[in-house]
Design a protein around this ligand. Structure first.
Ligand code: KIV
Length: 260
């Protein structure tokens, strides 16, 4: 899988499937089931480390888990999250992104919009593929006042739209849209040529991602309302993942729920 293929999926309205993974065994299982994209999410702070948020995840953590996932994932496109405070300056962004690419990532993702212009541009100049992340940004959960739907009023919706257009112009290759109204996600997806991958952002994104532990019903913390437990009604993890893939490809998932 590569970004060109994901763009072809967008053009032909074939939905992109994405799951998070944090180790080689789950990565291999998801890969064997045919998931298009595997994200080594900093959600590992919640589901692996048991923390309340992702702010304590370090570059060492991300490099360790990315290396493990890269050993299991052979076909899926592998995206690795840049953790909190790892992309403050352009120089720091480049060093940390290279570190994740060196251990097997094929693209790095970080949260935020135009405030990170220098970071997006330095990665573009160094040919490091980037996935953006707009809408709810878990690394800014405190500033955002909790896990809440973003972009509900005109001004904040416009900010997300303008950020998305800027990111595309700075070479960002794909864009995660988290927890925004479905109509806004649809508008952004239609106005960009790069694929969008939604989570709690409605059916009209070009693809969907869930935290794998959530969709297997094994998250011990809060379960967002937009999550569906795919293990319930299936008798193995493989069947649950295949069900997830089919539900996205035939557009029966997600439903209408966007809130946490
Ligand atoms: O860290 C993560 O798992 C993510 C997804 C929820 C998009 O960023």
């Amino acid at each position: 899988m590569n970004i060109e293929q994901l763009k072809l999926f967008k053009q032909s309205n074939e939905k992109i499937t994405c799951l998070t993974a944090y180790d080689a065994s789950f990565a291999k299982l998801f890969d064997d089931c045919g998931v298009d994209v595997i994200l080594v999410g900093d959600s590992l702070g919640n589901v692996i480390q048991g923390a309340e948020n992702t702010l304590g995840v370090s570059m060492d953590d991300m490099a360790y888990h990315t290396q493990a996932v890269a050993k299991g994932a052979k076909n899926a496109l592998l995206i690795a999250d840049m953790p909190y405070q790892s992309y403050g300056s352009a120089e720091q962004t480049l060093i940390n992104a290279k570190r994740l690419m060196d251990v097997g990532a094929q693209m790095v993702k970080f949260e935020g919009g135009r405030e990170h212009e220098a970071s997006f541009k330095i990665l573009q100049a160094n040919n490091i593929p980037v996935c953006g992340h707009l809408g709810l940004q878990p690394q800014s959960v405190i500033e955002m006042g909790g896990y809440k739907v973003q972009g509900k009023d005109e001004a904040s919706a416009k900010r997300i739209v303008d950020d998305a257009l800027a990111l595309e112009s700075w070479g960002v290759q794909t864009l995660v849209l988290e927890c925004i109204p479905a109509e806004l996600a649809k508008q952004i997806s239609q106005n960009l040529s790069i694929p969008t991958i939604g989570i709690g952002a409605g059916i009209d994104c070009d693809g969907q991602v869930l935290v794998s532990y959530d969709m297997l019903g094994i998250n011990t913390g809060h379960m967002p309302k937009f999550v569906k437990n795919f293990l319930s009604g299936n008798d193995s993890i493989e069947s649950a993942v295949e069900d997830y893939i089919h539900s996205i490809k035939n557009q029966t998932f997600p439903g209408d729920e966007h809130s946490y």
